[in-house]
Design a protein around this ligand. Structure first.
Ligand SMILES: O=C(O)C[C@H]1C=CC(=O)O1
Ligand SMILES: [Mn+2]
Length: 372
């Protein structure tokens, strides 16, 4: 008898951040991981993780809704089903439940982890095989203080941890943000690539003014300057400026990617397993981007080690990430719930090698940080 899915448990795990992380819509002091433990009748356990940023500040799913919707609606669709039928199970979730991409991503990750363990293959091999075993990782400077961000950047460069930096802006007046970014770029000079993420905070005319100044300051990439749904505006900004635009919230999945490319967008796409409903959906967006000649970036929704490892397995199967990745989530957290943390160094991170995700839980730490 082939294995069936026997149980699915979800846990809310609250981990403090190493410093306040300030974005245009919220300042984080803690990240909540929704951990999925999926158990199959052959005794194999698959792990998954879903995160968002600042409760409901980033999108329509919160950690609590992810847990509740898995427990109430999504898990019952999987219990008793053949455990190895990952593609069919993923379609089943989409057929019976709309939206909830982060919850579905956590479940798809757990299904792939279990199947990889069953077959003795790393998740990247289930997804077609890895092109790379070390991926570049940038660091986000978002302490809210220019001097502290500059110190942090030099520290990361000296540790050989990161040489590309993303600055979170949009919470302050445009001129103040531009001054902040220009001061950091001026301090780092040619030693580092500096990019910004506005997280949808500007309207188009503010964006024109802000981007002109950021381009003059030597910034390499402008992420999501205007609201996600304003595709036409993003296309206009991408055509207007030499500095490329990175679409993040505007492109969740392959359909969004197709629509934006068809509208004439010529920038780059941020892939996130959370936006696309899992690693397979994120790779489908990557295929659309490749067909349209659009460059790729491996994005994070500030996942912990499990979600980060799942993303790395997916990104490793891509021939090229023109803009590298930002899979630094675990480094923003004060502690971890896995036995062996991901290996960061030489401006990037190693792809884990064991079966499935190649990640094991530290049960004591998991129990300690799980919300009671
Ligand atoms: O890109 C985002 O919108 C979300 C995230 C990625 C890095 C970071 O600091 O926040
Ligand atoms: Mn972003």
């Amino acid at each position: 008898m082939s294995s069936v899915i026997e149980s699915i448990e979800t846990l809310l795990v609250d981990l403090p951040t190493i410093r306040p992380h300030k974005l245009s819509m919220t300042t984080m002091a803690c990240q909540t991981l929704v951990i999925v433990r999926l158990r199959d009748s052959d005794g194999i356990e698959g792990l998954g993780e879903g995160t968002t940023i600042g409760g409901l500040a980033y999108g329509p799913e919160s950690p609590e809704s992810i847990k509740r919707n898995i427990d109430t609606y999504l898990a019952p669709l999987l219990i008793g089903q053949p455990a190895g039928a990952v593609a069919a199970l993923r379609s089943r979730l989409d057929r019976h439940a709309r939206g909830n991409a982060i919850a579905k991503s956590a479940l798809e990750t757990a299904l792939l982890d279990a199947q990889g363990k069953r077959l003795g293959l790393p998740m990247a091999q289930l997804l077609g095989g890895a092109h790379h075993d070390h991926l570049p990782v940038l660091w986000t400077l978002a302490s809210g203080d220019t001097g502290r961000d500059i110190d942090e950047a030099f520290q990361r460069l000296e540790q050989r941890r990161h040489c590309d930096f993303k600055l979170k802006i949009g919470a302050n007046a445009v001129d103040d943000d531009v001054r902040h970014v220009a001061a950091i770029k001026e301090a780092l000079g040619e030693r580092a690539s500096v990019r910004v993420d506005v997280n949808q905070a500007w309207d188009e005319s503010s964006a024109v003014r802000g981007i002109a100044a950021l381009q003059a300051a030597g910034i390499d990439l402008i992420e999501q300057p205007i609201p996600a749904r304003e595709h036409a505006g993003l296309v206009r900004l991408a055509s207007r400026f030499e500095v490329p635009m990175l679409a993040d919230e505007a492109v969740a999945d392959a359909r969004d990617g197709f629509a934006l490319a068809a509208a004439g967008f010529n920038g780059a796409y941020a892939l996130k397993i959370a936006k696309a409903g899992g690693p397979r959906g994120a790779l489908a967006l990557a295929q659309v981007a490749q067909a349209a000649g659009i460059g790729l970036y491996g994005g994070t929704l500030l996942e912990g080690s499990i979600g980060t490892a799942a993303s790395l397995h997916a990104w490793a199967t891509l021939p090229e990430l023109a803009w590298g990745s930002e899979m630094f989530g675990p480094l923003l957290l004060k502690d971890d719930i896995v036995a062996e943390p991901l290996a960061y160094g030489e401006f990037g991170v190693e792809l884990p090698t064991g079966p499935g995700l190649g990640i094991a839980l530290d049960e004591d730490k998991l129990a300690h940080f799980t919300r009671k």
